[in-house]
Ligand binder design. Structure first.
Ligand code: KIV
Length: 289
């Protein structure tokens, strides 16, 4: 389908190398054998073509997270994120990548009603984006849906612990599993979607010991975020780890300070425009001599 290729003669985009073999679902699933993952799985979120191009060589998986609601659209939560948003950004990330497996989040309201509703939404996401997998939030209640999708050719990543789409039930974004009962429930959730066939499971914002227990208890690789170094892989929201926001959650490590760099670049540009120091002869067109 032509939407998956970049016309490099008209595009600003750096051409992607000749497509090689992408990471596959069995390859990711197979990284955990006998309960152990020799090489942890590297996952980052991506929402745009160019960022996907930059991250792709370094990642096993790129996640088009519904965190794009806050990160790209300035929404207050992931609740208002739509299928149209996920499909547009998912297709852009697939276009910008050639190595990593691309997974796209199912937005709130697109899958919880029934397995059939989930199949309709997930198949639309896969057709319109070219992604290899979808991610959905929830544990025991979503296990029948995970099973329904995987038996019909749709690879599913589960997501348990702090599930941001449930913010109104949870009452906030604080770490989960401080109470014994809640810890037991999170572990039961992970086991349920593991048994239902999820090929990997994101565990977000839980006490470290819970994440470690889950990683040992389930067959699928466990990808942690605010979880534990014992997980089978890690994921971060790209804009958080690049330092694009003033405030970052405790579990984020800033690997760059892009907000400051962008501010400095914009301020320098503004000064040069106001002082007529930009553009110079180097940036203007003149008749050839
Ligand atoms: O939406 C998202 O970016 C996510 C990750 C934080 C795992 O779900």
């Amino acid at each position: 389908m032509s939407t998956f290729t970049i016309d490099t003669s008209t595009s600003r985009a750096t051409p992607s190398p000749v497509p090689g073999k992408r990471m596959t679902v069995p390859a990711i699933r197979g990284r955990k054998a006998g309960g152990k993952t020799a090489q942890p799985i590297v996952m980052l979120t991506a929402y745009t073509m160019r960022m996907a191009q930059l991250l792709d060589p370094h990642c096993d998986m790129l996640l088009v997270g519904d965190s794009l609601g806050q990160v790209i659209y300035g929404l207050p939560s992931t609740i208002p994120v739509t299928m149209d948003m996920m499909c547009a950004h998912g297709a852009a990330v697939v276009r910008g990548s050639w190595h990593a497996l691309v997974a796209v989040d199912m937005p709130f309201g697109s899958y919880e009603g029934s397995p059939e509703q989930a199949f309709a939404a997930a198949s639309r996401i896969m057709k319109e984006t070219g992604c290899a997998a979808v991610k959905l939030e929830g544990g025991e209640a979503m296990a029948p849906t995970v099973e329904f999708l995987t038996h019909r050719g749709i690879p599913v990543i589960g997501h348990v612990g702090l599930t941001p789409q449930a913010v109104n039930i949870l009452g906030g974004y604080g770490a989960r599993g401080r109470e014994k009962q809640e810890a037991k429930k999170i572990i039961a959730d992970a086991r349920a979607i593991d048994e239902a066939g999820a090929f990997c499971i994101v565990v977000e914002g839980v006490m470290e010991s819970i994440a470690t227990d889950i990683a040992r208890a389930v067959a699928a690789p466990v990808i942690g975020i605010g979880a534990s170094a014992d997980c089978d892989g890690q994921v971060l929201v790209i804009d958080d780890m690049l330092g694009m926001f003033e405030r970052t959650p405790r579990f984020v490590k800033r690997y760059a300070d892009l907000a400051a760099e962008i501010g400095t670049a914009a301020a320098t540009y503004a000064d040069e425009v106001r002082e007529r120091r930009f553009p110079t002869a180097d940036q203007t067109y003149r008749p050839k001599a």
